[in-house]
Design a protein. Sequence first.
Length: 108
Amino acid sequence: MKTYSSWSLAVAAAVGLCALAGCNQRESANETAKDVAEARQDANENVAEEKREAADTAHDNAEDRAAAEYDVAVAQADGQRKVAKEKCETLASDAQSPSDSPLTHGCC
């Protein structure tokens, strides 16, 4: 069994606390606008790539075409989620955390 020194545990705890301190921090509007633009660009590139791949399967069997269309839909949904997450970072930290309600969830 491997034992850890108190120094290693202290460093690990400090790193963990620093990481937690960064959670749910409100970003400035400029930071968020930049992050949203980057998320949109990444999403558009991913969707375009999936659409190109789907076009390549146009003459394949129905199962391959369906899988390609599914990949496009997943890329679109993932892109929308990433953009929404970036927009969420302008909200106050209490609005970012998940709620207990099954109908509403925190955005981040």
